[in-house]
Write a protein that binds this ligand. Sequence first.
Ligand SMILES: [Zn+2]
Ligand SMILES: [Zn+2]
Length: 151
Amino acid sequence: MFIIFGNRVRHTTLSTGQFYCPQCKTRRNYELRRARNYFALYFIPIFPLNTIGEYVRCTTCSTNFQPDVLKMPEPPAMPLDRMTLEARADMDSGTPIEFVRQKLINTGLKLDLVQQTIEAAAGPDRRRCAACDLTYRSTVQRCARCGAELK
Ligand SMILES: [Zn+2]
Ligand SMILES: [Zn+2]
């Protein structure tokens, strides 16, 4: 019979929360985890030998960071450029977000830049007309196409 001894590293989650992930460049959920060497018999961790260290793991991109990353201030949001402000003004005047996007695409702007501009201009709160399948900025009250009140 073979008895297998060995050291295994075990990870435990100490806490979770939100942080600014430098890899994703936005707010994400994190897990503060601790890695420990365990003395293992039959590959079942028996008791901790020593703490290897604590680290912060982004649950989205799975990148591991030093715990100091939690103290890092979130970088200030980039000021909106002219194109974004124009797109927002367009949306605020009642133009569906999809139309504003199409307008930007028609100018020959690269698609990832179009998406970036639309996201920044529209913001996270949007309204949608279920009948027309169009989305609007939250400042818009009525659907431009069918006139229905937006919820
Ligand atoms: Zn991340
Ligand atoms: Zn509508």
